[in-house]
Design a protein around this ligand. Structure first.
Ligand code: UD1
Length: 431
């Protein structure tokens, strides 16, 4: 497998376009199956998770075509209502197809998503919401079978504002009989984007972005065009890259409104930000100031997905800061790798204390999951010497052409193929 090789210490300067949001594209592509028509979805990044979603659509019988950043899905010939284990395992968020397939066919079977790298990620909220909408759910041999000849609306209160459960209910409820009201719904911008697309298809959804979403079911939906919102986590990661290298980076195609919590942290660590309608200029200070407290929270709080990249940047800060991870149990796997570079971090349960050091040194590291992997790249960009990062496939789940994009800003970063590693005897052993 390829590794990413980074020679740190080069200041980043220039402009970078932020690609479409992974977490918006996935539910929108799942929603295309509701229509039985053709949808053109623009601004789809070329990511492993998007490719996995396309494979599921093709398995279901949809015809899918990609031209540049536009994915066209025609779901008129869709005949299958199952997703086998091999496809479910590629990407846990494929559970989002459950609501869409159920709404279209009244029946769906998907393999249990299983455990994952961020700790247990149950789907109880999804299933209990479906049960309230009249779905019979049976689990056997790792497969969840859902049957419902007629989905009906329901008043659904989510015990936690789960992003995936909110989206799954929105998909199912769009074609259900009657009205569904979700309370304590997730408020993430990706939920609003899904609402916009569903309404373009003829659905009647309102309230996304607030904690109450109302869906009046309709009898059919139609294919529709849509342009996906920019990826706020990718934007946050590039800000962190700029922060550790002391450069000035302009991010274009961003939605600053979605980045308030990130920008608040950036200002606290001393960045100068120029914010316009869809662009942000991030000018890093000479040395970052410590950010006393970062607590991950559902939107509009600080996103859990930006925790690792921001921690990597703050390893270089002057002073001590505390990160509290409230969303996922096991989201500090990057810490062990960062300490290989000389970072001074102590973890106790869901709390990480980061004591900033003036300099980190290059090291061999392994990405353990998507955002934690990106964090290693951030730290390596600021470090003295060369770092090598293995298990790059995790990073490619959520970042399009990361090495090319950063090279364009002046970073010394490249991918090394397996053959090159063999030749130079530079293999990294990852667990
Ligand atoms: C989505 C994002 C992911 C992000 C996360 C939180 C996508 C494709 N992924 O994941 O990048 O990190 O939101 O912002 O959009 N939970 C339950 N029961 C459930 C569902 C969730 O207990 O039925 C718990 C989870 O274990 C977790 C928390 O709720 O602790 C948040 O999960 P959720 O908001 O559902 O995240 P995802 O939709 O999986």
């Amino acid at each position: 497998m390829s590794v990413i090789v980074v020679e740190g210490g080069h200041s980043l300067e220039g402009t970078i376009r932020v690609h479409g949001a992974k977490n918006a594209v996935l539910p929108i592509l799942a929603a295309t199956v509701l229509s039985g028509g053709k949808s053109d979805v623009e601004n789809c990044p070329a990511l492993r998770d998007v490719a996995a979603t396309v494979r599921i659509l093709e398995h279901l019988g949809c015809s899918v075509r990609r031209e540049g950043a536009t994915i066209s899905v025609d779901s008129s010939a869709m005949q299958r209502s199952d997703i086998p284990e091999c496809l479910m395992r590629e990407m846990r968020s494929s559970v989002i197809f459950l609501g869409a397939i159920l709404a279209r066919f009244g029946t769906a079977s998907v393999a249990m998503p299983g455990g994952c790298e961020l700790g247990p990620r149950p789907i109880d909220l999804h299933l209990s919401a479906f049960a309230q909408m009249g779905v019979n759910i049976r689990e056997a041999h790792g497969i969840i079978h859902c049957e419902c000849p007629k989905l009906h609306g329901a008043a659904i209160h989510l015990a936690f504002p789960s992003v995936g459960a909110t989206e799954n209910v929105m998909l199912a409820a769009s074609l259900a009989e009657g009205t569904t009201v979700i309370t304590n719904a997730a408020k993430e911008p990706e939920i609003e984007d899904l609402q916009i697309y569903l309404n373009r298809m003829g659905a009647r959804v309102q309230g996304a972005g607030s904690d109450t979403i109302r869906i009046d079911g309709v009898s059919r939906l139609y294919g529709a065009p849509h342009r996906v919102i920019p990826d706020r986590i990718v934007a946050a990661t590039y800000m962190a890259c700029s922060a550790v290298t002391g450069g000035t980076v302009e991010l274009t195609d961003v939605c600053p409104k979605h980045l308030e919590a990130i920008m608040a942290v950036a200002r606290e660590y001393g960045a100068e930000l120029i914010v316009e309608e869809n662009r942000i200029i991030h000018r890093a200070p000479q040395r970052l100031r410590a950010v006393k407290m970062i607590r991950t929270m559902p939107y509009p709080g600080f996103p859990t997905d930006a925790q690792a990249p921001m921690m990597a940047a703050l390893c270089y800060a002057d002073g001590t800061g505390i990160f509290t991870e409230t969303i996922f149990e096991n989201r500090f796997k990057h810490v062990t790798e960062l300490t290989r570079m000389g970072a001074d971090i102590t973890v106790e349960g869901r709390i990480a204390v980061v004591r900033g050091v003036p300099q980190l040194g290059g090291a061999n590291m392994c990405a353990m999951e998507l955002r934690g992997g990106a964090a290693l790249v951030v730290a390596a960009l600021g470090a003295q010497g060369v770092s090598r990062i293995g298990r790059v496939h995790f990073i490619e789940r959520g970042y399009e052409n990361l090495t090319e994009a950063l090279s364009g800003l002046g970073a010394k970063i490249r991918k090394e193929t397996e053959d090159e590693q063999r030749e130079k005897k530079t293999h990294i052993v990852c667990p």
